[in-house]
Design a protein around this ligand. Sequence first.
Ligand code: ADP
Length: 334
Amino acid sequence: MVQRFSSLKSRLFLWYIASLLLMAFFIILIIHVFAINNGAYFLILLFLTLSVLGFTIIYKITKSLTYLATRMKMISSKNLNERILDIESHDEIGELALSFNELLNRLHEAFRREQQFIADVAHELKTPLATLRSTLEITLNQKRNVDEYQNAIKEALDETHQLSSTLKNVLDLAWSETPQEQKNVKRFNLTLLTEELVETAQKMAMKKKIVVSGNIDENIILFGFKDKFGRAILNLIDNAIKYTPSQGKIEISLKKENGKVAVKIHDTGPGISKQDLPHIFDRFYRGSSTEKIFGSGLGLAISKAIVVSHHGEIEVKSKIGQGTTFTLSLPLAS
Ligand code: ADP
């Protein structure tokens, strides 16, 4: 019995019948008590009109809801491109269908991105693995001298280096995009972190005789994940060193600006072309003149994911032949 009336449809109709009975009872009562003879037809007509109106409204609501529920049940990961198109009303049910379609749009896009990412990872791992395999096979084909063996081992080592770096970056990207538990968010001193990173950058840049300078405001506190944030800045520093030719300059600054904190990494490197600029934060995107420079195209995607997870923004300004400036801006800890 309880089961029979558990649906909204049956409860609405039950309530409707009860209201009709109650209304009929009062109409009969009024006709008898006030001995209405002429107006009785009018009251009966009113009763019938209200009954038809009530029935139509309940029928329309339950029909749309049942249709919505059936369509929602039919949509799975295999037909995420389907949408609910047949509800055109602008009431709450129309809004529900619209919100559901918007949710599907977001899910579809996320799903498409994940599939693309898996395809890209597979592609990035396949190429160095194939090169490694053919290097080893060709070397083993015939007897070779020591120099040839050494060259083959060196080539194989380079490929394994590329493979492990890509794998590490893929894992780091997954780690950067995984939402962390908010209870683990901590206040940390960004001034100290940036000073440490400037020292690291100076050591890394020594080989290329690049001068690294720091311009850091005192005592800036941030709310977030120190390790992740350090990684976001380090990726930008690593790029600045990688792409700037010997004897160049890198400036790392940390400033408070309009209630926000800005970390800037400026280099005097080759700059980024207009064609590359809109894509550099995409996963696996490598600029057009980077063939000879080691990389996997994931560094900036990782930095962006970390900054966005800290409710911040990352932007780049670059001029060919003059250099590049990356700016990370984040809300200050209150
Ligand atoms: P990777 O450096 O491994 O190629 P990133 O995601 O770190 O991948 O960078 C994407 C692209 O952006 C690079 O391939 C390069 O073309 C460009 N880029 C990034 N930083 C700089 C920089 N400081 N100077 C010039 N080009 C840069």
